[in-house]
Design a protein. Structure first.
Length: 155
């Protein structure tokens, strides 16, 4: 069984070299996003703050980083500055429930680095479309019976 899982993971990496690092201090959200993306065949790593993500990035060098903005240790912007010192081509998707609070920085990130913004709450399909778009992949059509899950923050 273990060998089958390893071969399956290797097959996914070969077919889908778009590696992803998901960073959010909400551990449940990071876990759910990781499951969504792994279900689509993406190799995914998760971290729960900017410092942990930077450390993980130095080991895994993900092509796309999906990150919350407001986090302990290093916020999403600081973390991406550190990551771009290692890999200037790293792509970022910033998540926030209030992106308007970061408008100036997000506009700069979008113009200078091709970053994208995902407003919380969001659904699996929104996340997948944005990742495929930022990677220049064709958006895969979904079967009509595919279950759609939408993440909503507790109020």
């Amino acid at each position: 069984m273990f060998l089958v899982q390893c071969l399956l993971r290797l097959w996914c990496i070969v077919l889908n070299p778009q590696t992803i690092l998901v960073v959010d201090d909400d551990e449940l959200l990071a876990k759910i996003m990781g499951e969504w993306l792994r279900g689509e065949g993406y190799p995914v790593w998760t971290a729960h703050d900017g410092l942990q993500a930077y450390s993980s990035y130095s080991q895994h060098q993900a092509k796309t980083i999906v990150t919350d903005i407001d986090m302990p240790e290093l916020d999403g912007f600081e973390m991406m500055r550190c990551i771009r010192a290692i890999s200037p081509r790293a792509k970022a998707i910033y998540m926030s429930g209030a992106p308007e609070h970061y408008r100036r920085t997000l506009v700069s990130e979008t113009q200078n680095f091709g970053a994208a913004v995902l407003r919380k709450p969001f659904g699996e399909i929104e996340l997948l479309k944005l990742i495929q778009s930022i990677a220049g992949e064709k958006v895969k059509p979904r079967s009509p019976d595919h279950k759609r899950f939408v993440w909503k923050e507790a109020v």
